[in-house]
Write a protein that binds this ligand. Structure first.
Ligand code: FES
Length: 160
């Protein structure tokens, strides 16, 4: 089994330096640097949190606190396509909860799980501020609004 090294490469370290140079305090670079890790590894596991803590002269507990506070970070690997389905009030009133159930059944995933091939992961999300387009979901950083079951079926099949 391949052992992943949870580190940045030389080019990525230059990007880290760019973030650090933007702010008077290295602490301000924590979120963008964690986001680099999230995008690279699709999660931020403990070894990466320890590495980033050292890189930015922060305590591990501070890094852990940020990772566990913001839903944009995950300690478990997410799929290549991370589906966040909003089931909050506006979306729920327009069947967002049924859409979530449908996707959950179609991909055989529970909340915060990823498919074994690493293609999809699913998350039941709180309001993402796109209520006027309810029901909605995000696929990675793209919002898909005014969804219905047929549209979702086609959308997911097109990503396979
Ligand atoms: S309630 Fe779904 S985006 Fe606001």
């Amino acid at each position: 089994m391949e052992t992943k090294e949870f580190k940045f490469n030389e080019e990525e370290l230059k990007e880290v330096e760019k973030y650090i140079s933007k702010y008077p305090d290295k602490k301000a670079a924590v979120i963008p640097v964690l986001w680099m890790a999230q995008r690279k590894f699709r999660h931020v596991p403990k070894p990466m949190m320890v590495y980033i803590a050292e890189l930015l002269d922060q305590t591990y507990s501070h890094i852990y606190g940020v990772v566990t506070f913001y839903t944009m970070f995950s300690q478990k690997p997410r799929g290549k396509y991370h589906l966040q389905v909003c089931t909050n009030v506006s979306c729920m009133l327009r069947e967002g909860d049924k859409i979530y159930q449908m996707i959950s059944q179609k991909l055989d995933l529970k909340n915060n799980e990823a498919t074994s091939d690493g293609i999809f992961s699913l998350e039941e999300a709180e309001c993402m501020g796109a209520c006027s387009g309810a029901p909605m979901m995000a696929i990675n950083e793209d919002f898909h609004e005014n969804l219905d079951i047929t549209k979702i079926d086609q959308l997911i099949d097109s990503l396979k």
